[in-house]
Design a protein around this ligand. Structure first.
Ligand SMILES: Cc1cc2nc3c(=O)[nH]c(=O)nc-3n(C[C@H](O)[C@H](O)[C@H](O)COP(=O)(O)OP(=O)(O)OC[C@H]3O[C@@H](n4cnc5c(N)ncnc54)[C@H](O)[C@@H]3O)c2cc1C
Length: 307
């Protein structure tokens, strides 16, 4: 067996880099697999205005470059490759990357989540240019503007209600007649005078000018007719997908695949910790992911000491 590391961190968003910062300062010499899409979800956005310490805001890729530099400064070894599988059945744990095996006494998983997209025509062109998947992150950019929210579940109702704080009008678009949302959430949205509804409706394609979103072509799912709608922003709220496929069910996860932590940030396998959006079905923010990264690092450090 080759070298056994004290800790291997998988994932390089705010959670993974923060876990790396703490474990490297604790002299655990972490090895971090950052993935090919290193830097995580904030690499996909421009202005981040709600991360404390940046009163003027900061660009997503810039803050992630700062996270990385700070982790490297204290000795984190970073490899920009995807972990393909792990074996958690015996210790030391095995982490496989492109056919090469690495061994570690502990693992911190911080592989994040991906928002689900609709896959409508022109969607890629307008991602981050009018189409968002995070009202908490981007709602404030649409003050006194008209926006749409796509989805029929609780998160769509919550996002739509939240967006009425900023937007002059919010239209909820859902492909069915019935909402999946709970009664209380639907009622709250239905009673909001700023919220309008287009049920039995789907997005056929996105439209814009100068690469900025200005509207969409809608399809009535009952009679298949198309119509145009103009608006300034769109929020897709049809759920998130945690990135846990490489774990192959070796850890307890919930019905949607989110890792379940048993004691603080420790998972159902002793010595394996998880933090950030891969466990978080509620907050999904950079600051909460970073906070959990710190928690996982401290939990891991104490577990290593005790074991
Ligand atoms: C467009 C957009 C804008 C946003 N704006 C804001 C904002 O303004 N403010 C805010 O607080 N939050 C914002 N968020 C949310 C925020 O980005 C996330 O909550 C946060 O990034 C979660 O951090 P994380 O470390 O848990 O995971 P992520 O940031 O998702 O990072 C996970 C990392 O793990 C890597 N990975 C996955 N699988 C593997 C593997 N098998 N091997 C190795 N690496 C792997 C991925 O490549 C990725 O780098 C935004 C999100 C999006 C999508």
């Amino acid at each position: 067996m080759s070298q056994v590391h004290k800790v291997i961190i998988i994932g390089s968003g705010p959670a993974g880099y923060t876990a790396a910062l703490y474990t490297s300062r604790a002299l655990l010499k972490p090895l971090l697999f950052a993935g090919y899409a290193s830097g995580g979800q904030l690499m996909l956005t421009s202005d981040v205005e709600n991360y404390p310490g940046y009163p003027e805001g900061i660009m997503g890729p810039e803050i992630m470059s700062d996270f990385r530099k700070q982790a490297e400064k204290f000795g984190t070894e970073i490899v920009d490759k995807d972990v393909s599988s792990v074996d958690l059945s015996s210790r030391p744990f095995k982490v496989t990357v492109e056919g090469e095996d690495f061994f570690s006494e502990s693992i911190i998983i911080s592989t994040g989540a991906e928002a689900r997209w609709l896959g409508s025509e022109n969607e890629d062109q307008y991602k981050g240019r009018g189409i968002s998947t995070c009202a908490t992150c981007d709602g404030a950019f649409f003050k006194d503007k008209e926006v749409i929210v796509i989805g029929g579940g609780d998160s769509a109702m919550e996002e739509a209600t939240f967006l009425t704080r900023f937007a002059s009008k919010v239209t909820i678009i859902h492909r069915r007649e019935r909402l999946r949302a709970s009664q209380i959430m639907s009622l709250r949205a239905r009673e909001n005078p700023k919220i309008d509804w287009k049920l039995n409706t789907s997005i056929k394609s996105w439209t814009g000018s100068d690469n900025i979103l200005t509207g969409a072509v809608l399809t009535n799912t009952k009679d298949n007719t198309d119509s145009n709608l103009s608006f300034d922003g769109a929020f897709i709220a049809i759920g998130h997908q945690p990135i846990t496929g490489f774990l192959e069910n070796q850890l307890d996860v919930d019905n949607h695949g989110y890792i379940l932590n048993k004691i603080n940030t420790m998972t159902s396998v002793n010595g394996v910790f998880a933090c950030g959006d891969v466990v978080d079905t509620r907050y999904r923010q950079a600051i909460t992911a970073a906070g959990m990264g710190c928690m996982a690092a401290i939990d891991c450090e104490r577990w290593l000491e005790e074991n």
